[in-house]
Design a binder for this molecule. Structure first.
Ligand code: ADP
Ligand code: MG
Length: 688
């Protein structure tokens, strides 16, 4: 059986089951093979019934000596079996499982795992009614076959554990072809088990050691292949394509530099030197600037774009939202006025006529710097001489989109990526393995640390009275409300409702504004403009303000229903304040009934200002799957490797990938594997 075959060819998978499996994303044999258990139940140790300690999880194997049926007090069908293992007796109880009646008979051998309790009445000392698993041993089954770690899969009501365990057995019985994908010498050097063995062991381990061995091998494979792909991509770009050799700093850059209203911080200076060095080399630049919100990345983008313009090229700056693109555009106009630099704003909403005019100007090099959103990577944008592409807040773009933009020019342009996503260092390697990284770890001087408080709703009135006093002394404030999802049953006021409530209540006589995603773009812009111009003092908004909005006079943020946000998102939101010289305040209103974890998470916000520390804390609390999954990084999802705990494996995989890059034969082999495994997906990533 081949891995690309549909699971419908497996025994036990009819059209119904097939449809249900499809919903879980399981369509091919390969999908099933990589549907890894998320844990194991230890059934490798059998407990004698006489040794049971009530309340502990145990696995017991015994023979049925008596079966009875009755109705429980709550009218539930009850099936009781008394089993013996020679040491003592125990009752096994099932509720409402009529179909078992014909299967459980005197003499049947049962293998059960669960928590045992003292039995009430009846026979036997102990009873077990909530088995996490039980098996009826067939005559030919040796007890030994069942003494193992039972895999635990993400199951559903209809597709339960037992179904998945059986399905995996069927799968391996069908003898799937599982070819090796690691070069032999890498596998040997890093002491990894073979691929077929690893897949078998992960689904049917005989011991914890086997699980670890298999996991290590499969995580290594996953990380190694991605690393190879990214390194190959980097090399391909450096070798095959000629880059643009920007010349040294010169007058225009110097002029803009000396016009800046501030001095660069130490980290900004280092990053700027990195950028200059890269741009002045003949190989294309591929650099990531990673710095917390408000750390001052934009100015670096601007300087780099001026540098490319001064060298006779065009630059593009791509932002994730219309509002942010617009803001960059206005900022650039302001900072670069009188320098002879022509700046264009390409918005998805330009009229057809204006858009076509802009296209013309771009292809005729009548425009030097183009700022825009996704619209920039649409088909009919042709640059005459594209020298530099900057993408802001990279996490919003897939790598494939980045690649798309890089294809726009005839020569390969330099690439600068800016991100505030506080990805822990080790993850950076995985996600941005093809980029060099400059870190900005300090904020510009003179910033006061934002003071953050978590409060319960019955303090709302006091909170808003405080906000009103701050507004009256000249500040501006944000009130952020989570989006309301249809599936939630808890009533929660929408941004509109909060807006109406506040402006007719505590904030009567104060200019209030409302901003949410369903408003027309024009309306949104005019509200935002009024907020910039301090015509609006209180802005009630959904998360549309999350990214990049820069109004230094806004120093207060109230987040309603804060427990509905992830920490990374709250941090992004909070980054909208603390940009001026005044003391800023962030007040998170949490539900009275918020869960323990929700409280713990919000507490991290109170105590942690640094985005990186926060991300690590969040990661620990939520697990990497969610954190990683929520970032649209454009790479294939990691199925087994855990970027937080598999650091060792990641570093080894990286090392191995570097070795492979130096070994023609292995490299050729791995590229073939990548092409096969990721198909168009990886090509999309690597297509530059
Ligand atoms: P981000 O890294 O989040 O994109 P910005 O580039 O928007 O941050 O910068 C935030 C604010 O800090 C802007 O108002 C910017 O003008 C200001 N800024 C940037 N660098 C410095 C600096 N070295 N000294 C003082 N202010 C700075
Ligand atoms: Mg920014």
């Amino acid at each position: 059986m081949e891995l690309e075959q549909s699971i419908q060819y497996l025994k036990g998978v009819g059209p119904k089951k097939k449809a249900m499996l499809q919903k879980l994303g399981l369509g091919l044999v390969y999908d099933l093979l990589t549907y890894f258990p998320h844990g194991y139940e230890d059934q490798s140790v059998l407990t004698r019934i006489s040794d049971i300690i009530p309340g502990e999880r145990v696995t017991v194997c015994g023979t049925v000596v008596n079966v009875s049926e009755r109705c429980s007090a709550r009218k539930m069908q009850m099936l009781q079996a008394l089993i013996s293992d020679g040491s003592s007796y125990m009752q096994i109880i099932w509720f409402n499982q009529k179909f078992l009646k014909n299967k459980i008979k005197i003499g049947t051998r049962l293998f059960v795992t669960g928590k045992a309790a003292y039995a009430y009445g009846g026979h036997g000392q102990y009873a077990m009614s909530q088995m996490s698993s039980f098996e009826i041993l067939e005559a030919e089954d040796e007890t030994a076959n069942y003494c193992r770690l039972q895999p635990v899969y993400s199951a559903t009501e209809k597709l339960n554990q037992k179904f998945f365990r059986r399905l995996m057995e069927t799968l391996f019985a069908a003898n799937p072809e599982i070819p090796e994908v690691l070069p032999e010498n890498i596998r040997k050097r890093y002491m990894l088990v073979g691929r077929r063995q690893a897949f078998h062991q992960i689904h049917f381990p005989k011991s914890r050691e086997e699980v670890e061995q298999a996991r290590k091998r499969l995580a290594f494979e996953e990380l190694y292949l991605i690393q190879c792909g990214l390194l190959a991509l980097k090399r391909q770009i450096c070798e095959k394509h000629k880059g643009i050799q920007h010349t040294l700093n010169s007058t225009l850059v110097q002029k803009v530099f000396s016009n800046l209203p501030f001095n660069l911080t130490g980290n900004q200076t280092t990053a700027w030197h990195d950028i200059c060095k890269d741009m002045e080399r003949s190989v294309p630049m591929r650099r990531l600037i990673q710095g917390d919100v408000g750390s001052g990345k934009t100015v670096l983008a601007m300087l780099a774009l001026v540098k490319t313009v001064e060298n006779g090229y065009q630059g593009a700056l791509m932002a994730p939202t219309e509002i942010l693109a617009q803001q960059h555009y206005e900022g650039f106009l302001h900072s670069l006025t009188g320098k002879g630099i022509r700046i264009g704003f390409l918005s998805g909403r330009l009229t057809k006529k204006n858009r076509e005019m802009l296209y013309k100007q771009i292809s005729g090099q009548e425009i030097d710097i183009v700022i825009g959103t996704h619209a920039l990577i649409q088909e009919n944008v042709h640059f005459a001489r594209l020298g530099l592409v900057v993408t802001d807040e990279q996490h919003r773009f897939g790598i494939s989109q980045r690649a798309e933009l890089e294809k726009k020019g005839d020569v390969l342009p330099d690439v600068l990526v800016m991100t505030a996503t506080p990805i822990p260092r080790t993850m950076t390697l995985t996600v941005y393995g093809d980029l060099d990284v400059s870190l900005i770890q300090e904020l510009p001087p003179g910033r006061k640390e934002i003071r953050t408080f978590v409060r319960v709703p019955n303090r709302r009135r006091l909170i808003y009275e405080f906000v009103r006093r701050e507004i009256e002394s000249g500040r501006q404030a944000y009130v952020v409300c989570p989006l309301i999802e249809m599936k939630e049953d808890v009533p929660r006021p929408s941004a509109e409702e909060v807006y109406e409530e506040l402006r007719h209540g505590i904030f009567q006589g104060i200019a209030c504004g409302l901003l949410h995603g369903r408003m027309k773009a024009k309306e949104k812009e005019s509200v935002m403009q009024d907020f910039y111009d301090n015509q609006i003092s209180l802005l009630v908004a959904t998360t549309v303000i999350e990214v990049g909005v820069d109004v230094p006079n806004a120093s207060i943020m109230v987040v309603e229903n804060a427990d509905h946000f992830g920490l990374a998102q709250l941090h992004q939101l909070r980054g909208r304040i603390g940009r001026g010289r005044q003391q800023s305040y962030c007040i998170l209103i949490s539900q009275q009934k918020a869960s323990e974890t929700a409280r713990e998470r919000l507490h991290i916000m109170e105590t942690t200002a640094n985005g990186f520390a926060l991300a690590e804390a969040d990661l620990k609390l939520r697990g990497p799957g969610q954190f990683f999954g929520s970032m649209q990084h454009g790479l294939p999802d990691l199925k087994i490797a855990d970027v937080l705990s598999d650091v060792d494996i990641l570093l080894k995989a990286r090392q191995a990938a570097l070795e492979t890059m130096e070994n023609q034969e292995d490299l050729h082999y791995v590229m073939g594997i990548l092409a096969l495994q990721y198909k168009e997906h990886f090509f999309k990533i690597t297509a530059t």
